[in-house]
Design a protein around this ligand. Structure first.
Ligand SMILES: Nc1ncnc2c1ncn2[C@@H]1O[C@H](COP(=O)(O)OP(=O)(O)OP(=O)(O)O)[C@@H](O)[C@H]1O
Length: 331
């Protein structure tokens, strides 16, 4: 159709969809922002029970690149499980963007959701009993998902299962049933089971919650190996702050939003020795919102209103009239 003053061009559905996608990307801060393997942008989840609304996620932003290993930490009730349930396809968000490996989790048909959960993602749960079949050996447990998916022939399946158990350090447990394994060994087998069908992303919900520190460290070592050897993106949810020493990137959630991040990088010293350096960042969302760390707020007794000053290379946050503290914080 030719456009004239009298007959304006009516965009067709494909045009409108393209425009809507562009607008959504612009609103989210441009296409680059939405390019991660896992992308949450302005993610909202509201639960309604008996007329009461609970806002579990209040516009959460998070971008995780392919092949990253990230821990999500936060106090009880901060929204960790809600986030994991959405990312693993068990729950649907109320609004925002949630995308994993190209799947738009807000608009999944039943068929796509099933395929997403079967092929794209793997899970390790906190309860060891939920991860493994009690009457099968460790080896049979790892073989089972491949068998159900009709992948690989019998011998190849067995070989792959052995390889995965070796990879997570429990090759010696192959012929034992879960009841004959320690909690840590069971969770390491669970990691092997979860990646048996080559998922793109592995989600682990408090995988060390029932373990002591040393055994928990073995499970983290298994997750790191899987991440490095298979290139699987790994997201571990935990309320254990000590996990920061086990991974390179830790994202803290507070009140349903990403609040801060700790990144650990290897730094080579003048003598050639390598040390891991941790740096903590506050997370700034695309509208410029950030959460001050609770310790800073308490130290200066900040409340209600604060004064902001733009300095050449930083922003200064000072107590306002309502705040009683006399000191100043800098962001
Ligand atoms: N199905 C639900 N119905 C109503 N409210 C819910 C539901 N699930 C979670 N919530 C609420 O949402 C908020 C976040 O809960 P969530 O379980 O995600 O937190 P969490 O960080 O995983 O906590 P924990 O470490 O204790 O598991 C809480 O206030 C919780 O009570």
């Amino acid at each position: 159709m030719t456009a004239t003053a009298a007959t304006p061009v009516v965009p067709d559905l494909a045009d409108l969809q393209k425009r809507a996608a562009q607008r959504a990307a612009e609103r989210a801060g441009g296409r680059d922002r939405l390019r991660g393997h896992i992308v949450c942008d302005g993610l909202v989840r509201i639960f309604k029970t008996e007329g009461v609304e609970v806002v579990a996620l209040q516009g959460l932003d998070l971008v995780i690149d392919r092949g990253e290993l990230v821990a999500i930490v936060g106090a009880s009730g901060s929204g960790k499980s809600t986030l994991l349930n959405i990312l693993s396809g068990l729950d649907t968000p109320t609004a925002g963007i949630a995308r994993v490996a190209g799947y738009d989790l807000l608009n999944l048909s039943v068929k796509r959701r099933l395929s997403y959960r079967r092929k794209t993602v793997g899970f390790v749960w906190q309860q060891t009993g939920r991860n493994l079949m009690p009457y099968l050996t460790a080896l049979e447990n790892v073989e089972l998902p491949m068998q159900l998916a009709g992948r690989r022939g019998g011998r190849a399946r067995r070989e792959r299962a052995r390889e995965l158990l070796e990879m997570v350090g429990v090759g010696y447990c192959a012929d034992r049933r879960p009841g004959q394994l320690s909690g840590g060994e069971q969770q390491r087998c669970a990691v092997a089971v979860a990646v048996a069908n080559d998922p793109e992303v592995l989600f682990a919900d408090e995988p060390t919650g029932e373990l002591d520190e040393a055994t928990g460290a073995d499970v983290f070592a298994a997750l790191r190996t899987i991440n490095a050897e298979l290139g699987v993106t790994v997201v571990v949810v935990t309320h254990d702050q000590a996990v920061a020493t086990q991974v390179r990137r830790t994202v803290a959630i507070r009140d349903g939003r990403t609040a801060s991040e700790v990144r650990r990088t290897a730094r080579v010293g003048a003598d050639g020795s390598t040390e891991l350096v941790s740096e903590e960042y506050a997370v700034l969302d695309r509208t410029g919102r950030m959460q001050l760390p609770a310790a800073f707020v308490e130290a200066l007794e900040l409340r209600d209103r604060v004064r902001l000053n733009l300095e050449p290379d930083h922003v200064e946050v000072r107590p306002g009239e309502q705040s009683r503290g006399e000191g100043k914080a800098e962001a």
